[in-house]
Ligand binder design. Structure first.
Ligand code: ADP
Ligand code: MG
Length: 253
């Protein structure tokens, strides 16, 4: 497929992506014919009911899963048929992840978990990067916890370590799946503010899956999924507008 000028402004995109799990009568269609782009330097939220395909879409965009048909691109690289080694390298350099289950390494301290992306890339942070990591840890209230291991931290603290790790290398693109799902509302808002800040200050692009209209209100735009399709797109909206829209959609179904 040819890249058009509008695609150049996209950090990631999928083109006519469908995904089924299983075969025959037991097959589940998780995505049907989805085409979307994550714009550079923007904070994009992906909302939709449970089972609507949000996580599947995120996994395909990040190269963690393969579509049944269609294409996935990261920047100007098509990742759909990329081999494991090339894909791993690309992900490591360009993408940060925040999962609902924090995925921290249990034997490493918070600091070493945050520095893991550098370790895996075989380098140490520059002074500039170290300064950013310090800022991140302060904003996330982690400074006094850096020598603790994950089991010595609360769920909220573990998620904040995962967020610091995802943002530490200032990747082009950050994928976050329900990043505030396990946080209290005040910490959640701080984390969302930090994600939004990463977009405006460093031009990072963020794609965040969420259930929460308040979380989505931090985003520049919100894509709404239902039954494996993108059914609507909202520009930046208030929590009330987003909640109202979701409720109306629920009533209409
Ligand atoms: P969401 O994140 O919006 O809750 P998912 O993307 O996790 O939705 O799932 C979409 C649909 O695909 C659901 O019906 C789910 O049960 C199904 N699904 C997701 N992953 C798998 C899998 N690995 N095997 C079988 N079915 C799956
Ligand atoms: Mg999900």
């Amino acid at each position: 497929m040819k890249i058009t000028p509008t695609d150049i402004g996209l950090a990631a995109r999928v083109v006519q992506v469908s995904k089924s799990f299983g075969i025959g009568e037991s097959a589940v269609v998780a995505l049907s014919d989805v085409s979307i782009g994550i714009r550079r330097g923007q904070f994009t939220a992906i909302m939709g009911p449970s089972g609507s395909g949000k996580s599947t879409l995120m996994h395909i965009m990040a190269g963690l899963d393969q579509p049944t048909s269609g294409e996935a691109w990261l920047g100007d690289t098509e990742i759909t048929d990329l081999g494991d080694t090339a894909l791993t390298k690309l992900r490591r350099r360009r993408i940060g992840f925040v999962f609902q289950s924090f995925n921290l390494v249990p034997t490493l301290t918070a600091r070493d978990n945050i520095l893991l992306p550098f370790e895996l890339d075989g380098r140490t942070p520059t002074d500039d990067e170290q300064g950013w990591i310090t800022t991140l840890c302060e904003a996330l209230g982690l400074t006094a916890r850096l020598t603790h291991r994950p089991h010595e931290l609360s769920g909220g603290q573990q998620q904040r370590v995962a967020i610091a790790r995802a943002l530490a290398t200032r990747p082009d693109l950050v994928f976050a799946d329900e990043p505030t799902g396990n946080l209290d509302s005040r910490t959640g808002r701080e984390v969302l503010g930090l994600l939004a800040d990463a977009c405006t200050r460093f031009g990072q692009s963020i794609a965040m899956v969420t259930h929460d209209p308040i979380a989505a209100s931090f985003a520049d735009r919100t894509l709404i999924l239902a039954d494996g399709r993108v059914v609507h797109e909202l520009d930046r909206s208030t929590p009330e507008q987003i909640a109202g829209f979701m409720l109306a959609m629920d009533r209409a179904s």
